[in-house]
Design a protein around this ligand. Sequence first.
Ligand SMILES: [Zn+2]
Length: 501
Amino acid sequence: MSENSRRAPEISALVGLLCLASLLAGVLAAGPAHAQDPARLRADVEYLASEALEGRASGTPGADAALAHIAAKMKAIGLEPAGTDGYLMPMQAATHVGAGPTASLRIGERVLAAGVEYRPAGFSDDVAFDDEVVFAGYGLSMPALGYDDYAGLDVQKRVVLVFSGAPAHLDAGLEPIHHHQLSSEAKAALALAMGARALLIVNAPSHHGSNAGQRPDALYAMRPALALQGIGVAHLTARAAHSLFPTTDNKLEELQASIDAAQRPASRPLAIRAQGTLDVQRRITTIYNVVGKLPTKAKSSGAPVILGAHYDGLGHGHYGSFSTAGHEIHPGADDNASGIAVLLETARQLSARPPKKGFAPIYFVALAGEEIGLRGARHMAHHLRTQSAPADAIFVNMDMVGRLRPEGLNAATSQADTSLHTLLHATANRHRLALLLEPLHARHSDHTAFFEAGFTALNLTTGRHGDYHMPTDTIERINWAGLTAVARFVEALVRALAAGL
Ligand SMILES: [Zn+2]
C-alpha cells in the first residue's frame, strides 16, 4: 500500500475501481472467460416460444419454423452440416392418431364401448383377432430379477391380458433407468415376441410405485406413434376388464394381490375369447432433426460428445397436456425452448473459441418428436450406431433448463461412474452452480433413447414445475440469470468432456 493511499483512502478506492474497470474492459475485449449473453439466450427462447410458432407440435408449420431457425443459426455460427441432408436429418413419424373406422373389441359376449371402456394404443396395428384370452400378470419378463410372467405360458396367437405397472417388489427394486420396461410399448413388444396377436392392458386395480396416482377407470390418451407391426394393443378400464371374470366382481383385485403377496406370477388361460380389431388412423409426416458439428482444423480424436435438446412441443395440447381448458397454445418456453437456446449458445462459444487440437468430435443436435415418443432421439442414436460411433460416446441432454432454483441443476447419469460425477461436481463448483446428482430415469426425456442404444447418457434439467405441459409454460417464468448460468456450466462441461477429462 502506498503513502498516498494511506492518506487518501477514498481516492485510492476510486483509482482501484477505475483500474478494475479498465482491467475488466480489457478482458472483455480480449474474449472473456464467460461470454454467454443472456440477451441472446432470451432472443432464441422468445422466438421459439412465440405465438407464431404455436407450441411447435411435430408436423406443424410452427415446428418447421423452429427447425429453419435452428438450422440458420447453426450455419451462421459456423457449424458443419452433419445431418443426412445438410443440417437436416429427416425421418417418418406419426403426428396425429385417432381410433380407426373398424376399431372394435368384444370380450366373451360383451361388446366394449370405444373411448369409454377401452381405447387402442397409439402404436396399435390393425390385426384382426378372435382368440382365447391368456392372463400374463404384469406382462413382464425380468429373469435377472427372478420374475417372468411368461414362464411356461403359451400365448401363440392368443390375446394377452396384463396389468399396467409392475408388482410392488419389482417396482421398488427397479433402477429408474429400467422403468421403460414397464411402458405399454415395451410390454407390447414383449407380447409380440412371445407370439401374441393382441395385448389388452388393464389399469391395475391397486397402484403402487411408478403407477401411483393412476385412476383405474381412466383411459390413457392416444399418443401419436407408428404401428408396432403385428400386434393390436388396447388399454382397458378396470371396470371393463371385470367382464372377463363374470363370476366375481373382485377377481382382478385378488389376482393382483396374490401376485404382489407371493412375488410370483399367476399367469393362466382365462377360458374366454376376445374378438376385434384395434386399428388406428395415422397422419404420417416427415420430421427433422437438425445436426451440426464443430469444425476442426486438426483431426479430432476420441469418443464423440453429443449435446442435444428437443425443439418440438405440445402445440395446442392435443396430446400430453395436463391442461383441462380447451386447446390453448402450449408455448413450451421451458420445455424446451430453454434447452435449444443453451444448445445454440454453447455452439457459439465453442465456435468462437474452439478447443485446442486433440479434442473429440462435438455434435449439436436439435431433436424432433420428443413429445411423440422420442422419435428424433431414437433415429439419431440409431444413425450414430450405424456410423459405428464408439460405445463410450456421451450424449448430454438438456430438457427444461430455464427454471434454475436455489437447490441447483439436476444432473442424472446412467453410470455409477465416479469419474463423470467428479467432473460434474468440479465443473459446477468452478461455476458456483449447485448440482443435484440423480440416477437417470427412463421416463423423462431423449437420453433414454441414447442409453438404450448403449451410449453413456447424462440428463440436465432444472426440474418439473406446475407449468409443465401447460399453456402457462411461458417466457415470463424463465429465470434468465439461471439459464445463463446453466449455459456457462454446459460450455465448460462439453469442453472438459471433449478434452477427455
Ligand atoms: Zn421436454
